[in-house]
Design a protein around this ligand. Structure first.
Ligand code: GLN
Length: 531
């Protein structure tokens, strides 16, 4: 039977509960424990797949093809836990499951109620996710006080009652009020009170703040919330989030956990120490431009951001990301905006808005031999640009943006043609890709057969492939079964590679993704040549 760690959030959202949960996972793994995660999201969408990234940040895709919350990405990047369908549950998914059971007559004669029926569904999903692990970390999305969160809090309260080894952790915010020059503990006190009113007394508090909390503030919080001072843990803003497990260890977080859980030995975070040491002393600064549409909310490209951080390590390169809104790019200003970039990355995306700007940035990278990495829409954009400017088919386009285009160089996947439902119907998750020997892609992957995660509806139009190849666009990776283009690249360019899949979802702190590593390496070399 698994032991349970429940993490709730207080005061405000966006404090980094997911990073905290992931760091606790890393700490426990370093003690030799097998852990698993489940993120419970109280919103009514069945999954975040149809949400605008501006609403909710990036949609993270699991290997089994589920569109999930971005926190699941933190779990995979920090730990060895494998995240699948069972590890992210939303209220919407649970309600639809429940209503389906009701229609099937599973509750004949009964009144279906939030308690016990919905809470039972929640508990069931937590128990399912905990099956093969020693410790299950359960993160509840949202903030205490949210109406839709109530059944989730009730469900974890009940699990706490049913199981010996459980610990409730509440993550709160301790703001520094400049005007009063004071750290304020009142929001934390109120938040704990709200949790108490729901029957849960948190045993550990993680307090988010700008700086590390002074002892007297920890004391004050402990006194007013009835939590032991040693169990009030400080989590200040960090430039490198991967430092959090070390900070937890420094504060003897594991000792706090030990009071409530059966734990093995001591943590051993040597490899974390080493890698953080490297990250803090990176030498060569390079500038990578990310040319996208959701650049105002960095969380929209979370996994790409992290994959670049991971790629810094083996290259000893410190990356400064220049977030460029593709909508601002014009023929006139593209040179000015991109001329100092050592690498240009075009991320995934949907819809017409900002596409022309991305095409301009791609052309600039191709013509000026600036390392280029295109991801999903980024690959499609690269193919459109090549068709327009090298094949000279000036109005080539994707049918996603112009359904009547004369040259539909990107078109809807065969399998997607008749699909009307929008949720969870894209080509999703792990798909195989065969890499051609003798290509850059093969040099990068050193393997002919790879598995990468997907999330798309459109593909390079197979009718144009021969023509593209004859004109110098190399198709270096394909999905063999249906002959879909998976990777493209250009010769006579230091690094011009784009993929239909999303390599960023597989990059981890201790396993940086080779495509990102090589892209960063090429960008660093360009800097060296003072292009
Ligand atoms: N909109 C494109 C498609 O559906 C690209 C998707 C993406 O970038 N994730 O194929």
């Amino acid at each position: 039977m698994s032991q349970f760690i429940f993490i709730t959030g207080g005061v405000i959202s966006g404090l980094g509960k997911g990073v905290a949960a992931a760091s606790i996972g890393a700490l426990l793994e370093s003690m030799g424990h097998k852990i698993s995660f489940i993120k419970l999201d109280p919103y009514l969408n069945v999954d975040p797949g149809t949400m605008n990234p501006f609403q909710h940040g990036e949609v993270f895709v699991t290997q089994d093809g589920i569109e999930t919350d971005l926190d699941l990405g933190h779990y995979e990047r920090f730990t060895n836990a494998i995240i699948k369908k069972i590890n992210n549950v939303t209220a919407g998914k649970l309600y639809s499951q429940l209503l389906e059971k009701e229609r099937n007559g599973e509750f004949l004669g009964k009144t279906i109620q939030t308690i016990p029926h919905l809470t039972n569904e929640i508990k069931e999903s937590i128990y399912t996710a905990s099956k093969n692990s020693e410790i299950t970390i359960v993160e509840i999305g949202g903030t205490i006080g949210d109406i839709e969160g109530l059944p989730f809090i009730e469900a974890i309260r009940q699990i706490g009652l049913e199981n010996e080894n459980c610990v409730f952790i509440h993550l709160t915010y301790v703001p520094y009020i400049k005007f009063a020059q004071e750290l304020k503990t009142k929001p934390t006190q109120h938040s704990v009170k709200a949790l108490l009113s729901l029957g849960i007394h948190p045993q550990i508090l993680i307090c988010r703040s700008e700086q590390e909390l002074p002892v007297e503030i920890k004391k004050k919080i402990a006194l007013f919330t009835n939590v032991k001072e040693s169990d009030v843990v400080s989590a200040p803003d960090l430039e490198i989030v991967y430092e959090l497990p070390l900070l937890f260890e420094k504060q003897m977080f594991h000792k706090s956990l030990e009071k409530f859980l059966n734990l093995k030995t001591k943590p051993n975070l040597e490899k974390w120490q080493k890698i953080i040491g490297t990250l803090k002393t990176l030498k060569n600064t390079i500038k990578i431009a990310i040319v996208g549409k959701y650049t105002d909310l960095k969380d929209s490209y979370k996994s790409i951001h992290e994959a670049l951080i991971h790629a810094q390590i083996s290259n000893n390169a410190k990356i400064n990301i220049d977030w460029i809104n593709a909508e601002d790019l014009t023929q006139e200003n593209v040179k000015e905006k991109l001329k100092n970039s050592h690498g240009i990355l075009i991320p995934g995306g949907f819809g017409l808005r900002a596409v022309e700007g991305k095409i301009l940035a791609t052309q600039f990278a191709r013509e000026n031999k600036i390392p280029f990495l295109g991801i999903c829409l980024g690959m499609q954009v690269a193919v459109i640009e090549f068709t327009r400017n090298v094949l000279n088919f000036k109005n080539a386009n994707s049918t996603e943006f112009d359904s009547k285009t004369e040259h539909p160089i990107i078109k809807i996947l065969q399998e997607q043609k008749d699909i009307k439902i929008k949720g969870a119907t894209m080509r999703l998750g792990n798909q195989t890709c065969k890499i051609q020997k003798g290509t850059k892609a093969f040099e990068i992957y050193k393997n002919e057969n790879i598995l990468e995660r997907h999330r798309h509806r459109y593909e390079v139009n197979p009718e144009y492939v021969k023509l593209l190849e004859r004109n110098g666009l190399k198709i270096s990776g394909i999905y063999e079964k249906e002959n879909l283009t998976e990777i493209i690249e250009l010769e006579n360019h230091p690094f011009f590679v784009a993929s239909q899949f999303h390599p960023e979802f597989k990059s981890k702190l201790f396993e940086p993704h080779p495509l990102f590593v090589e892209f960063v390496k090429a960008s660093e070399m360009i800097k060296g040549t003072n292009f």
